[in-house]
Design a protein around this ligand. Structure first.
Ligand code: FRU
Length: 495
């Protein structure tokens, strides 16, 4: 049935929890519940019973969860820390009455590894006292330095920071964002966490801020901000502030189908990763996509890595390493110059419809500052999936424009939406390296591109009316050298 945002991502006792916006009765949005699934490896998932049902205070909108290690809330039992979830209560009676104070925040806790949840009897713990129409999607994070809980809320055109000693008694700290970042729509589903800058001992605080609409290719999308947090105020790194002035957004994913991305709380220090999961759809057409028994899915889990670039702090976003366990068979491509195309349809002994690609091309240029720019590659290179009906999906790199592209304009059914196949979607090439890396996952109806080690990411849906069982690598306009290339058949994650 219907799903949207991931909620309450938390790791506890060996399990990754995934809650999600869920309407169990129909394949369109409706009274929101928190569905629930768990995984021990981020690859195989077990569906569990619904965790939270709507109640007299409202639908259960998006939110987060964390382990309350010191039992600050007092909800723990037998000396064990409880799991605490915080979510938005969206009151439809008030909405229908035209009131503004429709959203407030509630909490619930679990003492049995997330299997059952008890809502706090005095909800809402964070009422909407200032009548703000959009006041939702709480992200809770423990702030070690001040030994307090912080919650970040999405409030229309900004994020609000609040704190509490116990997850129950909240005080407003500060606001962020009216004058920074993209504002083509309403801010939703924030995330907030400290992260170490790759290869250094420096820590930054990051605010992920989903936005709908206003994305680089239209509709729903995820932007982020890098700065510091003193326990009260989030302030941007000076270079980052420059990049996000004038309404500019810095995006985690340039594709149209990665929204409401948030990260897992409480991964063990020994792991140290920051893992992101998004909803693989876009509010432009999420309710109309041509699926029946289910509607919409999550993206692959990804690792966020903060790097210090010549432009300032930027994320690289890579598929989690656990996904390698799905590789079943591999096909090694011949290295060397590609002048036009490599048709793989008779060569692959498996379906390209569900496959992983790891390709490396040698570009004639190297734009890293140390090397002066020489000949540029002015052609296009990429992968094309197709079927006997002539439907095609193409994804790749356009050297002329120095950008990646995803072309689903002829990929099958798009009758359900005016915008779904309206144009080719693009993303700038951020990397300046002389090697072009393409890491790509196809599922039956989706592509997830991690280019240049995750410097440019695109997640896109498509709906062929017959499975894509043909594949080719194409090079157009110029020739290009493939320095290495593997294609993997992937196992199903369900038994
Ligand atoms: C984002 C969102 C959230 C809200 C939820 C409702 O997709 O609009 O802001 O909590 O979906 O399902």
């Amino acid at each position: 049935m219907w799903m949207n945002d991931p909620n309450g991502l938390v790791f506890f006792e060996g399990e990754y929890h995934l809650f999600y916006q869920y309407y169990p009765e129909r394949n369109v949005w409706g009274p929101m519940h928190w569905g629930h699934a768990v995984s021990r490896d981020l690859v195989h998932w077990e569906q569990l019973p619904i965790a939270l049902y709507p109640d007299s205070l409202g639908y259960i909108f998006s939110g987060s969860a964390a382990v309350d290690w010191s039992n600050t809330s007092g909800f723990g039992e037998n000396g064990k820390p409880p799991l605490v979830a915080m979510f938005t209560l969206h009151n439809m009676t008030r909405e229908k009455a035209g009131r503004k104070d429709v959203e407030s925040q509630g909490i619930a806790y679990s003492n049995d590894r997330g299997r059952t949840w008890t809502k706090y009897s005095a909800n809402p713990v964070l009422p909407n006292t200032e009548n703000q129409r959009d006041f939702r999607d709480p992200k809770i994070v423990w702030h070690e330095a001040s030994k307090k809980w912080i919650v970040v809320l999405a409030v229309g055109d900004h994020a609000e920071f609040w704190s509490a000693p116990d997850l129950i008694h909240w005080t407003h700290l500060s606001d962020f964002g009216k004058e920074y970042g993209a504002h083509g729509g309403v801010w939703e589903c924030p995330d907030f966490f400290p992260i170490r800058v790759e290869g250094t001992s420096e820590t930054k605080w990051v605010l992920l801020q989903n936005l709908n609409p206003g994305g680089p290719n239209g509709g729903s999308c995820l932007q982020y901000f890098v700065g510091q947090f003193d326990g009260k105020t989030f302030s941007l790194d000076p270079d980052f502030a420059k990049s996000v002035s004038n309404g500019n957004g810095i995006w985690v994913d340039w594709g149209k189908d990665n929204y409401a991305g948030v990260t897992w709380s409480d991964l063990p220090k020994s792991d140290g990763r920051r893992l992101l999961l998004g909803w693989m759809s876009n509010w432009e057409y999420a309710q109309e996509v041509p699926t029946v028994a289910w509607r919409n899915a999550a993206t692959l889990p990804r690792e966020l890595v903060l790097t210090n670039t010549s432009e300032g702090y930027r994320f690289k976003c890579r598929p989690v390493k656990e996904l390698k366990s799905l590789r079943k068979k591999s096909f090694e491509l011949p290295k060397g110059e590609i002048t036009e195309k490599i048709d793989l349809s008779d060569k692959l002994k498996f379906s390209p419809a569900q496959s992983e690609w790891v390709l490396e091309f040698k570009l004639p240029e190297d734009l890293t500052p140390a090397v002066s720019s020489v000949d540029r590659f002015r052609g296009s290179v990429g992968i094309e999936l197709s079927n006997a009906k002539g439907e095609t999906y193409r994804i790749g790199y356009d050297g002329n424009k120095n950008q990646f592209f995803s072309d689903r304009t002829k990929s099958g059914d798009h009758s359900f939406s005016k915008t779904f196949a309206a144009g080719i979607h693009t993303a700038p090439r951020i990397s300046k390296a002389g090697v072009l890396r393409i890491h790509l996952y196809f599922d039956v109806a989706s592509a997830e591109l991690f280019a240049d080690d995750g410097s440019t990411v695109m997640t896109e849906l498509y709906f062929p009316t017959e499975i894509f069982n043909q594949a080719k690598i194409f090079v157009e306009g110029e020739k290009l050298t493939l320095s290495s290339g593997s294609i993997y058949a992937l196992s199903r994650i369900w038994k």
